[in-house]
Design a protein around this ligand. Structure first.
Ligand SMILES: [Mn+2]
Length: 295
């Protein structure tokens, strides 16, 4: 870098650091342990500590190469996250003794010492389901169609909605400000009026995406590699039995079986509230995903 370039570069940094109206915001998509890409996107943005604000759509943990480093980076840089379904699964799983964990849970927990999981749990348990930020409403998966108050929406919907009555949820919701969300890696980057979907599948070898509202600009870091193969959710669940409370047929163990039975109306979870019945009918995948985690 020449002296002139260096001077110009430095004065830009100084200007950015000291002009109050230069404060910027960055919303970062789903990380899943992709610590290298998380660090790279914050660098590319040119994050200035103390004046810029970082947000993230949740699902920092699981799947990818280094969730501990990703989580420490979040903590060290004051990144304001929301809770993802993976953090919620961790919190709920750890409420049960290890002897009661499913095969999928055991496989996940085998990746790190239990002390590390306790460390992670103690951090993520404080993450909120949503953040109403100056530029956008931040939530992991999306909003529940037909409701206007976040407090009235089911946490399980906020954490894992994709489709509602077979249509993407965001085509059925209007919200007073832009909704920034993640979770739907197969759908990928979503950019439409009022909605920004930032899960562009970094852990699947695609890229990490972030949005800066002040610049009206998207930042992107290509994944260094495919860390996790894209698996069909139903295949994945072959080894991860989940039970529906009140299900008399104990041979039904896969997500696919449960979804089919739920759609045919053959399974009604025990003690189902009208609210839960509504979710089950509108989005069987949400009911099936959380069926094994009823408290
Ligand atoms: Mn997710």
């Amino acid at each position: 870098m020449s002296y002139e370039e260096l001077t110009a570069h430095s004065s830009r940094l100084i200007a950015r650091a000291w002009k109050p109206n230069m404060n910027r915001t960055l919303y970062i998509g789903d990380v899943h342990g992709c610590a290298d890409e998380l660090e790279a996107i914050v660098d590319k943005f040119g994050f200035v500590r103390g004046s810029d604000t970082l947000y993230q759509t949740g699902d920092i943990i699981n799947k990818g190469p280094d969730m501990m480093r990703a989580l420490k980076f979040v903590v060290d840089n004051g990144i304001q996250t929301v809770r993802g379904n993976h953090e919620e699964h961790l919190i709920r799983s750890m409420e049960a003794p290890p002897s009661q964990w499913s095969e999928k849970q055991k496989k996940r927990f085998a990746r790190l010492p239990l002390e590390d999981w306790i460390y992670i749990r103690d951090i993520v348990k404080d993450w909120p389901l949503w953040r109403d930020t100056p530029h956008a409403l931040l939530v992991h998966a999306g909003l529940e169609p037909g409701k206007t108050r976040l407090e009235d929406m089911s946490p399980e919907v906020l954490l894992s909605i994709r489709k509602w009555n077979d249509e993407p949820w965001y085509k059925q919701v209007t919200w007073p400000k832009t909704v920034v969300f993640g979770h739907w890696a197969k759908k990928g980057f979503v950019h439409r009026p009022g909605f920004i979907g930032l899960d562009s599948g970094c852990v699947y070898g695609k890229c990490l995406t972030a949005w800066c509202p002040e610049e009206d600009k998207f930042y992107e870091i290509p994944a260094r590699r495919e860390y996790t193969p894209v698996k069909d959710k139903t295949k994945e669940s072959e080894v991860s039995p989940c039970k529906v409370a009140g299900d008399a047929n104990k041979s039904i163990v896969t997500f696919d079986n449960i979804r089919e039975k739920i759609m045919r109306g053959e399974i009604t979870p025990a003690n189902e509230t009208p609210e839960e019945a509504n979710i089950r009918k509108a989005s069987p995948s949400i009911s099936a995903e959380w069926a094994g985690y009823r408290l």
